[in-house]
Ligand binder design. Structure first.
Ligand SMILES: [Mg+2]
Length: 183
């Protein structure tokens, strides 16, 4: 039985496929990205070249972004911040809204113009929904380095999300959990 509070507005295979035209059409002007497994493989503190180019293209479109992480390693987040070139706020304790609200203030945007993007329903999506923002669930960039309990938790929480309509699932085939073959 899916829970309403775990219903992302979109599910997208990865951040690079975010539907920017549609999001801009609904008035989105900024993003709050999760860090680990959303824009960066965990424990790397480095962006892929494709992700860096994509983030640069956001700025070129006039879209703002900031990063909010639940990671507790301050030195790691500072390293990531230096690498990405925007603020990385945390540890955020998502789904708590405290740091997400700080991110909104820094973006200088009202919540209805901001989209929260992350790979975890119980932290990123729930937090974004509690904030009142548009939410997008992405698949994790890398599962190999995940601790066992996170892997199990991820599978469980995805069982309980309510999947948005087909047109709001991007990069998947018949069910939102099956990546399209051309991906
Ligand atoms: Mg994450």
């Amino acid at each position: 039985m899916p829970f309403r509070f775990l219903t992302p507005d979109w599910v997208v295979l990865d951040v690079l496929r975010l539907p920017l035209d549609a999001l801009e059409a609904q008035g989105i002007k900024g993003f709050i990205f999760d860090l680990d497994n959303t824009i960066m493989p965990p424990h790397t503190a480095e962006l892929s070249e494709a992700m860096r180019d994509w983030l640069t293209s956001l700025t070129a479109r006039g879209l703002a972004y900031i990063v909010v992480s639940n990671n507790h390693n301050i030195a790691y987040m500072k390293q990531a911040e230096d690498h990405i070139g925007v603020r990385v706020l945390g540890p955020a304790k998502k789904p708590s809204r405290t740091i997400l609200r700080e991110a909104l203030d820094l973006l200088e945007l009202p919540v209805n113009q901001v989209c929260v993007v992350g790979d975890r329903p119980l932290t990123d999506i729930w937090g974004g929904q509690r904030l009142g923002a548009t939410t997008i669930l992405v698949d994790p960039l890398q599962r190999a380095n995940e601790k066992g309990h996170i892997h199990v938790l991820r599978a469980l929480e995805r069982l309980f999300i309510q999947v948005p309509p087909r047109e709001r699932c991007i990069g998947y085939t018949t069910t939102y959990t099956t990546p399209a073959s051309e991906c």
